[in-house]
Design a protein around this ligand. Structure first.
Ligand code: UT7
Length: 337
């Protein structure tokens, strides 16, 4: 049987906007309190993109940092996949805008829509092109300007989200390193639980869709919470099984940063102590497709992840979708992280 290539992350970078919005700032906008938000979600503050910045701007900055970290030039990139729920516009794709910004003139480019699971979906998708021998170096990016699609009069949603971007360069790694296992999943019957109903071909933009606030995030928080608590542990275990490992082998868990209570319950289900779990939801809120790469970068560059560690990424989101992956971190010749 032909030996399959090992594919891993050889560089990672992030960008978050400078503007910080605290829970106290939100108290001035909607009927909420710092106490409620911290207790129910763990979020203390989030970043908000400057008015002249869109998702492709955040994505391009993160991408450039990932290229620098990997020691790879933009011309070497064969493919760019941008996972986002907040593209600059319907078309062209945000990936094409990034391609032009960073001058990745040899890269194919497309967007991928899988909600907050998007980065892991993009990483697993991208890795297949390298395994198949079609491409050598791929940029996968999770980037969001969620502040643009939030209803700032709806306290149920506007306190939860933030803006940001995270990018990773994928390439072949030494055998035994890189992505060892994964699971991608979807349950479209839960699509109504988290959606942006206006502006698409179902409800094209009209004065009425605007007045009905259909161009904002609509979410059934309780139902999404229940789904998340169930799926996070299950999906992580499926990827571990695929890798031939178990939860006892995990050195670091990088969960989607939506809510501290969801993260704690996932850790509990996996019987992982919290010191093996990366948490930064307090600083950035839920940045959807950007949350996992932002947390991963912080864990890698902050020294929480070391060469040879088994790292599990797991996320859930709109779709409904879920995605998980196990990565054996690092590669002797290529260890930039
Ligand atoms: O990436 C995927 C994106 N989505 C998620 O991750 C969301 C998952 N869901 C959650 O994180 C939680 O369900 C929420 C944080 C959204 C809500 O927390 P909860 O503990 O499930 O609260 P709840 O929805 O049951 O609401 C409890 C109360 C309600 O008041 P009443 O009806 O009991 O009087 C809400 O109106 O809290 C109220 N409430 C708030 N109060 C102050 C809801 N939002 C706020 C708020 N400030 N921001």
């Amino acid at each position: 049987m032909m030996e399959t290539k090992s594919v891993g992350i050889i560089g990672i970078g992030t960008y978050v906007p400078e503007k910080v919005m605290t829970n106290k700032d939100l108290e001035r906008i909607v009927d909420t309190s710092d106490e409620w938000i911290v207790e129910r979600t763990g979020i203390q503050e989030r970043r908000i993109a400057a008015p002249d910045m869109a998702t492709s701007d955040l994505a391009s900055r993160a991408a450039q940092k990932a290229l620098d970290d990997a020691g790879v030039t933009a011309e070497e990139i064969d493919l760019i996949i941008v996972a986002t729920a907040t593209p600059d516009m319907f078309f062209p794709s945000t990936a094409c805008l990034v391609q032009a910004n960073i001058k990745a003139v040899n890269a194919a480019a497309f967007d991928l829509a899988a909600g907050c699971s998007g980065f892991v979906y993009a990483m697993v998708t991208g890795s297949q092109f390298i395994k198949a021998g079609l491409y050598k170096k791929i940029l996968v990016i999770g980037a969001e300007c969620l502040s643009r699609i939030l209803d700032w009069t709806d306290r149920n949603t506007c306190v939860l989200f933030g803006d940001g971007a995270g990018a990773a360069v994928l390439a072949e790694t030494d055998p035994g390193y890189g992505i060892l296992g994964s699971q991608l999943g979807a349950d479209g019957s839960g699509g109504d639980l988290l959606k942006l109903p206006g502006g698409g071909s179902r409800n094209p933009a009209t004065g009425e869709t605007v007045s009905l606030r259909m161009h904002f995030v609509h979410m059934n928080g309780n139902e999404v919470f229940k789904f998340a608590v169930k799926i996070m542990g299950e999906a992580a275990n499926k990827a571990l099984e695929d890798a031939g490992l178990s939860a006892a082998d995990v050195d670091c868990l990088i969960p989607h940063q939506a809510n501290i209570r969801i993260i704690q319950s996932a850790a509990k289900r996996l019987k992982l102590p919290m010191d093996k779990v990366m948490i930064n939801v307090n600083k950035y809120g839920n940045t959807s497709a950007a949350s996992i790469p932002i947390a991963l970068e912080e864990a890698v560059h902050g020294g929480k992840i070391k060469q040879g560690d088994n790292v599990v990424l797991v996320g859930f989101g709109a779709g409904l979708t879920w995605a998980s992956a196990v990565i054996k971190w690092g590669k002797e010749a290529n260890i930039n992280c």
